[in-house]
Design a protein around this ligand. Sequence first.
Ligand SMILES: Nc1ncnc2c1ncn2[C@@H]1O[C@H](COP(=O)(O)OP(=O)(O)O)[C@@H](O)[C@H]1O
Ligand SMILES: O=C(CO)[C@@H](O)[C@H](O)COP(=O)(O)O
Length: 509
Amino acid sequence: MSYLMGIDLGTSSLKVLIIDENGVVKAVCARDYQFASPYNGYAEHDPRHWWEACVSAIREALPKSGVKPEEIAGVSFSGQMHGAVMLDEKKEVIRPAILHCDARSSKQVKYMKETLGDKRLKELVMNPIYSGFLLPSLLWVRENEPENYKRVRHVCLPKDYIKFRLTGEITSDYSDASATLAFDIKNGSWSKEILDIFSVPIEIFPPCFNTDEAVGRVSEEASRQTGLSVKTIVAAGGGDQVMQGIGNGITFAGGSSVNIGTSGQVSFQSDIPILNPGLSTNTFCGYKKGRWITMGAIMNAGISLKWCNKLLGQTDYKKIDEAVSRVVPGSNGVIFLPYLNGERTPHLNPDISGEFVGVNINTGPIELTRAVMEGVSYALMQCIELCGELGLKTKDYMVASGGGARSTPWLQMQADIYNIPLRVMETEEQASLGAAIAAGVGAGIFKDIEEGCKNTVRYKDMEIIPDAARHRIYEEYYGLFKEIYKASGRVLEQVTLLGRKIEKENLFE
Ligand SMILES: Nc1ncnc2c1ncn2[C@@H]1O[C@H](COP(=O)(O)OP(=O)(O)O)[C@@H](O)[C@H]1O
Ligand SMILES: O=C(CO)[C@@H](O)[C@H](O)COP(=O)(O)O
């Protein structure tokens, strides 16, 4: 029997999963962490801290699994996407990685949009330019930290850094690379044309592979640190949305999922790259050449609930679930706009904040909590709607995944709001499972990703079915949710920018 390891580098935690070749889980270990936010809107993380979390989780997972290191045939990765890791000529970290949820590069985003123009943007990039993506983050460093920029010899995505520490080689994959705004999505290579326009040398970008391609083995140094064997094959891995798609078993064109992690995503698999003329969704390369995903992404999904729980002193998810189940759909007239740290789909505005509307004298913590869960689901519904406008409609079901799918009432709210049946995986670690499957292909245990999914992916024996009466109520609330932004979006932006300005100017320190 062979065993496989999948490592998911999330925004809030790193998870290590060990399975056997039939998908039986042998160990799951996680390390929680918090990114730094030195200023409002900034999100950074020292990549070395990710590696420490990775080493520590592997060191716990190996003995827990009862599997000998030599029996782990392959290891691979899923990672938070878009972030910029910058390394110098000695491959040392230059500065903290700038993450996908970072809002600092509005100026560089504007510059990129104006320089490219609408036509070239659609032809070349096929994606909206947004703060927190690798290229605008790099341009921000060039403009604001020229000394750091001069030292940059390598850039890579977050999971590529821990893969580098494991193998000694810096490599990336088509899916993660395609989500940097520096990539030719149609042809699957770094775009010299885009990089030349912005005078960024193509040499600093790593070679790319399919997610399931072997890129090396565990180095001696990494073996000493982690306890893994030097014989273990390392496969390239991919961006979390793509790896989650594998772990959710939606490798077929038309397969779709709705994910509530720290942020949230709706993604559809397709066998052509789909351009959204409104550029409000993303199109990225999929798990292999000839496969793409179209995705709507919201910035604040699970993190909205986490924020609300912290504020209200709530810690026990079971109790939270029981409490929110007692509140009627619509939270007694309260709507939450989950824009705590800006919003991507559909507003593409990093400079807005969240909002509760409809709070009244009887509104208590439970109504606020349910409103947060509903608000996140309305925002995901907007992604589903936009994908629908591109012809991407789910036929029978969507797979609900991420930490938010652990909550039964939240799942029911989602099904009722989307009016779509939801399937849920047996494993709670879908992205790590996707990574373990890719590791299995890289190590020659599975013929391909499809065979790996067939052997390991299992759904719970139930579907969450939408309720017609609740859906009708939610349709009204959802309409109002969209109206609120139309009515107050500009004011939200002014309030957000004013707050940031005063904080930065340190007027009252
Ligand atoms: N039992 C639960 N009920 C509801 N939400 C949960 C539960 N457990 C975790 N979450 C939510 O899931 C989010 C984390 O999801 P996860 O997929 O692990 O994120 P990431 O990959 O970004 O680290 C948290 O922000 C939290 O709000
Ligand atoms: O931004 C995207 C996809 O475009 C996210 O997939 C991030 O890559 C992080 O995901 P979470 O860790 O928040 O789930």
